[in-house]
Design a binder for this molecule. Structure first.
Ligand SMILES: *Cc1c(COP(=O)(O)O)cnc(C)c1O
Length: 377
């Protein structure tokens, strides 16, 4: 029986269960407690942000971020197109409209020149967006400086979706710590996980306090239950925060393991005709959360989908690169700027199994299977 090799699975360290036990022993089984406070503090230290609020998911963190910035019905929000839908869906929760911007080939993230050009054009016609959400995809930071400079020129708040890029660097700092608000995810497939969870970070203390307030049903200070605003039930459980504290301690190891996966894949497959790996931009360290490559079918002898299906037959899970949001049926009516680069990366892009708990034998199975697909094509 050959075992299934999955794309990215949870990988617990030594301390998580101890922290969870502590939560049980002290009966802090609630979306509040000492692990939540400590997780926020320790997370701030790790990413170099001043304030953080632990919440129930990355999507919840993004929803809060947009709400805190004041995005509301009818507003437009600029957004990377090559990403998971959760980067954009909270924009629509608030009745606002995303405008999708294409990627560049260096980082696969939002194209800073195209972004600046689009802002300049919009400024001329008096139609600037209310906010900007950029993603840091697959463990690689966007080129933040020029994007932030353009946002600052027009005083538009930047939200960074760093759900996939905890542990990455941009000029030696963590993506997510540059914009007005950054968000992270601890979903089961991310580089570290609490099974489900998220974090919102900012330099603005008042804003993070307001995030906690909105995340706990916007309860006014009064002995009875009084509410002047509508909030959400978005706080992270103290039990799960315990898992998160354990996971923070092994993040560096997880980055090393994922970068090792990438190195093994590149060494074994990099010379096959038609295979090109996702580049690592020179402005920082990518975590290689997922190892991604593009396939030129004419040169390789099989296309992305043929490779994916052949791997599935070998019980190896691989996935297409994110389908750009401007191509999603649900966003058919939304405006998009460019899109050809994202479309090409989707057409030809494949994500390989990338968990930090893959064995050398697992990696060998994947590389042999791909080499065999090329040989028999
Ligand atoms: C996972 C992910 C999210 C959402 O995080 P959840 O914790 O699953 O809600 C948002 N954006 C991107 C790019 C992601 O990969």
């Amino acid at each position: 029986m050959t075992k299934q090799i999955l794309l990215s699975t949870p990988h617990m360290g030594e301390l998580e269960l101890q922290f969870v036990k502590e939560a049980f022993d002290t009966n802090w089984i609630a979306p509040v407690g000492p692990h939540v406070d400590a997780f926020e503090r320790e997370f701030c230290e790790l990413v170099g942000s001043s304030h953080a609020a632990a919440v129930s998911s990355g999507t919840a963190a993004l929803h809060l971020a947009l709400r805190l910035i004041g995005v509301s019905a009818g507003d437009e929000v600029f957004c990377s197109t090559l990403t998971f839908i959760a980067t954009a869906s909270p924009i629509t929760y608030l009745g606002a409209k995303p405008v999708f911007i294409d990627s560049d080939r260096t980082s696969w993230n939002i194209n800073p020149d195209l972004f600046r050009e689009t802002l300049d054009k919009r400024a001329k016609i008096g139609k600037l967006p209310k906010a900007v959400v950029i993603v840091h995809l697959y463990g690689q930071s966007s080129d933040i400086d020029p994007i932030l400079a353009a946002c600052n020129d027009y005083q538009i708040p930047l939200i960074e979706d760093a759900a996939e890029s905890l542990g990455a660097t941009y000029n030696n700092r963590s993506p997510g710590s540059f914009g007005k608000i950054g968000i992270f995810s601890f979903n089961g497939n991310k580089i570290i996980t609490t099974s489900g969870g998220g974090m919102l970070v900012s330099e603005d203390q008042q804003l993070v306090e307001k995030a906690r307030f909105l995340a706990t049903q916007a309860r006014d200070p009064a002995p009875h239950y009084q509410h002047s605003e509508i909030g959400y039930n978005y706080r992270l459980s103290n039990v799960l925060a315990g898992i998160g504290r354990g996971q923070l301690q092994v993040l560096e190891e997880r980055v090393r393991a994922r970068r090792h996966n990438f190195a093994v894949y590149q060494q074994a497959l990099g010379n096959l005709p038609g295979i090109e790996f996702m580049p690592e931009a020179d402005f920082g360290r990518a975590t290689r959360w997922l190892t991604c490559l593009t396939v030129n079918p004419a040169a390789f002898g099989a296309d992305r989908e043929q490779i994916r299906l052949a791997l599935a037959k070998e019980k190896i899970e691989a996935r297409p690169v994110w389908k750009p949001l401007h191509l999603q049926p649900v966003f058919a009516e939304c405006e998009s700027v460019g899109g050809e680069v994202a479309e090409d990366l989707f057409d030809r892009g494949l994500c390989l199994p990338s968990g930090s708990n893959l064995t050398e034998a697992d990696l060998q199975r994947v590389t042999s299977a791909i080499a065999e697909i090329h040989r028999t094509a």
